[in-house]
Design a protein. Structure first.
Lengths: 313, 464
């Protein structure tokens, strides 16, 4: 398998994952603005931060409004992380590695691109937003379904999965980091309605507001929320879950190729850090510091993988 | 589809009966379905110079073009003769140049031609094969009357459309394939891989490793490159994946560098090796020509084959065929005026309204004048270009091309077509029964190029 093909698969799945996560963030933002009395356009500032585009946004817009934030996140092609840009990049990568994809996976990706280009080609009216977000999530789901149902479980599959989970771990940690202060016990008042909104919005942006209730009590507790999104290996968007998957996919590659790279050690270290850690330790040592450290390690792993498997040279 | 007395031509008989029983609205709907299949599959091409339309569909007509087994046999014999002559010609002009010495072709025409590569002089490609894949463009003017328009001996494209057109037709109209015995084209990728592997270089030990070289996803034929790599089950590589290491061309894989034995390149000669040809090329592989010349890789088609399908050489093809095969050409050339010759230029300028004038080095239907349909001003402008650089042009009469039926909103209408059968050359010549039929969708138009609004059709060669 070509290094460039591994790279193409890795980024194809990173972009598709990102598109879906951005759609979730917008969804959560909308939810807050609909349900919270006295919500302001300023709430969208946090959504832009979670998406990692706050600074780039500020360069083209003087003020943050719901309308311009949503437009920037969903369809602005000048924003490389907008849903439309991600789908475009994901599909371009898919085109490049087309010979590595099953027909089903390629067609699901191509049809996703055809539909979203149409859907997001012009401004989405406020009334049509829920439907549009649904379409994005459904289309991404179809790609995932075609991929799981038809791809051979070989190195192609492993690189695709690693891309998905590195992106997801990055997205989840950023969502947490933007809101880390509302999870700190010192500043939050359990049960206050303001905090409940903030917490629910975090859980919603990772589609976990229902499952949280199944695992913990119905009541939102900041340490439980942090535990759920960082350490719970059953939660498919938690950092621990992502690293379970990354390590096992890297392990398959190691067995298959008979080669071990620095990436394997980097990933194993992060995994054991998540496995051994307890949420109270993390909170004590500083949630923000923990997340910052995690994001940089996650980036390091991405660099180690592209080097070990010759993505670029 | 019809004979002079308005009866269906024999190969169309069964199809016509089926067609007459169809609901026209249903067929129009099927036409749209076909378009959706193509869009969904991403069977698109890029038109250069159109920023807004980076990916386009080639219109597909659902009425097949049908050729009888008998007519095909004659055609195939003619193509085989021509392809063998092309290879013999290439071998000769890169070695002894007997055809020049015999005075059949002017020396300047070869040696001053950009498509002639001095780097190939004295080098024999593996198996002695220069043109592994040829797409011969043919037009039909009447029963058993075929003319060769062009010999595409560099990197002929379009074969993926031949295969996808058939696939689409079988999906939409399976019953037609039980009513008509249509010869198979589906084996093409398998045959191509077999043919390429059989010409591995002498330096290759073990099972030859084949790869397709593409300029990348922005190339107009990228879909085809990925399609061929995929259906052959070989890697699709770009220049940046390849590097010359220890005298071999190797590709960068996730396990390390691995050697390639046969490279089916879809990159032009100029861009193949920046050390030998264009130094600014980012699409090629520095040093690949040295590996080639030392017998460690097969490049298909061989560099320098362009000299054989050059439009300036075309007019000499009857002599070339006769010189190397010792027989008269089975397929005719379209009569051609070489504007480099003063008499011809004079004739061409006087008869512009009845001629098609083409650039010698042009392709894709760009930069040509179709006299009968051009406006007075277009003809006058073109005459100026001709006078300025006569050697750049050749001219041909517009043939009374036969037409085939296409589906339009009002039913069936006749349109002009050409045909590009695909030929694989190894120790034998294999011609796939069928090919790509390109159709001029505009009424009366003779230009079939997809870049100029042409469409395609499935092409059936019936069994006896």
């Amino acid at each position: 398998m070509l290094g460039r093909t591994a790279n193409g698969l890795y980024w194809m799945f990173r972009y598709i994952e990102r598109a879906e996560n951005i759609a979730r963030l917008v969804d959560a933002g909308l939810r807050v603005s609909l349900t919270r009395t006295g919500s302001t356009d300023g709430d969208w500032d946090g959504v832009l931060q979670s998406a990692g585009v706050r600074d780039a946004f500020a360069e083209v817009h003087d003020t943050v409004t719901a309308a311009n934030a949503i437009d920037y996140l969903l369809r602005d092609t000048a924003n490389p992380s907008s849903v439309l840009s991600c789908i475009e990049s994901g599909r371009n990568n898919a085109r490049m590695v087309r010979t590595a994809l099953t027909r089903e996976t390629w067609e699901a990706t191509n049809e996703c691109w055809i539909e979203l280009k149409q859907l997001l080609g012009r401004k989405v009216k406020a009334a049509d937003l829920p439907e549009a977000i649904d379409t994005i999530k459904r289309r991404a789901g179809l790609i995932r379904g075609a991929f799981h149902g038809s791809m051979l479980r070989n190195d192609l599959y492993n690189f695709s999965r690693i891309g998905t989970f590195i992106e997801r771990a990055d997205n989840t940690s950023r969502i947490l980091d933007v809101k880390y202060y509302v999870l700190l016990p010192a500043v939050s008042q359990v049960g206050s309605s303001l905090d409940n909104f903030q917490w629910e919005s975090i859980l919603r942006s990772v589609s976990a507001h229902r499952s949280y209730g199944w695992v913990y009590d119905a009541e939102y507790r900041p340490s439980n929320i942090a535990d759920f999104l960082i350490l719970n290996v059953r939660m498919p968007r938690s950092l621990a879950y992502c690293y379970e998957k990354i390590v096992s996919n890297l392990h398959y590659l190691e067995e298959d190729y008979g080669q071990r790279h620095r990436a394997h050690d980097t990933a194993a270290t992060i995994k054991s850090m998540l496995k051994r850690g307890s949420i109270s330790d993390i909170m004590d040592q500083g949630l923000h510091e923990f997340l910052e450290d995690f994001i940089s390690r996650n980036n390091q792993l991405s660099a180690d993988i592209s080097e070990g498997y010759r993505f670029y040279q | 589809m019809l004979t002079a007395d308005n009866l269906p031509r024999p190969p169309y008989k069964t199809y016509q009966e089926w067609y007459d029983a169809q609901d026209p609205a249903h067929l129009i709907q099927k036409s749209r379905d076909a378009e959706n299949i193509f869009r969904k599959t991403g069977i698109t091409f890029a038109v250069y110079g159109h920023a807004d339309s980076s990916e386009k569909l080639i219109p597909f007509d659902i009425i097949p073009r049908i050729i009888s087994a008998r007519e095909w046999r004659k055609l195939a014999q003619g193509i085989e003769q021509r392809v063998l002559a092309l290879n013999a010609f290439l071998d000769d002009i890169y070695h002894k140049q007997e055809i020049i010495r015999a005075g059949r072709i002017p020396r300047a025409l070869i040696e001053k031609n950009d498509a002639f590569l001095p780097e190939m002089i004295g080098f024999k490609p593996p198996g002695g094969v220069y043109t592994h894949i040829v797409g011969t463009d043919i037009v039909r003017t009447g029963e058993d009357q075929f003319y060769v328009l062009e010999d595409n001996a560099r990197t002929p494209s379009g074969v993926s459309y031949m295969l996808e057109n058939r696939e689409t037709m079988m999906q939409m109209f399976p019953e037609l394939f039980t009513m008509n015995k249509v010869q198979r084209v589906e084996d093409y990728p398998y045959l191509l891989r077999q043919s390429l592997a059989s010409l591995a270089p002498p330096g290759c030990k073990g099972k030859p490793r084949v790869a397709v070289l593409t300029p990348g996803i922005y190339n107009s034929a990228y879909y085809e490159h990925s399609f061929l790599a995929d259906t052959m089950g070989v890697e699709l590589v770009e220049g940046s994946d390849l590097r010359v290491i220890d005298g071999k061309v190797k590709m960068r894989t996730t396990r390390g560098y691995e050697a390639i034995d046969v490279l089916y390149r879809r990159v032009d000669d100029d861009f193949l090796d920046p050390l030998t040809f264009r130094p600014d090329s980012a699409l090629g592989i520095p040093g690949i020509m040295d590996v080639y010349r030392s017998g460690n890789i097969t490049i298909a088609n061989a560099p320098g084959t362009g000299i054989s399908d050059d439009k300036a050489i075309y007019s000499y093809m009857p002599e070339i065929v006769e010189f190397y095969t010792g027989r008269k050409p089975i397929l005719e050339n379209v009569p051609t005026w070489r504007c480099s010759e003063a008499d011809s230029l004079k004739y061409v300028l006087e008869h512009l309204e009845e001629l098609v004038v083409k650039e010698v080095h042009g392709s894709g239907g760009y930069g040509m004048l179709v006299g009968p349909t051009a406006s007075k001003k277009e003809r006058a402008d073109f005459a100026d270009k001709l006078k300025a650089k006569p050697a750049n042009y050749i001219a041909q009469p517009t043939l009374s091309l036969s037409t085939v039926p296409i589906l339009v909103n009002k039913g069936i209408a006749p349109r002009h077509v050409d045909l590009r059968p695909y030929v694989l050359v190894s120790d034998k010549v294999k011609i796939i029964p069928g090919g790509l039929t390109r159709v001029a969708l505009k009424q009366g138009s003779l230009v079939v190029n997809s870049s100029q609004g042409g469409g395609t059709k499935d092409t059936w060669v019936l069994e006896d």
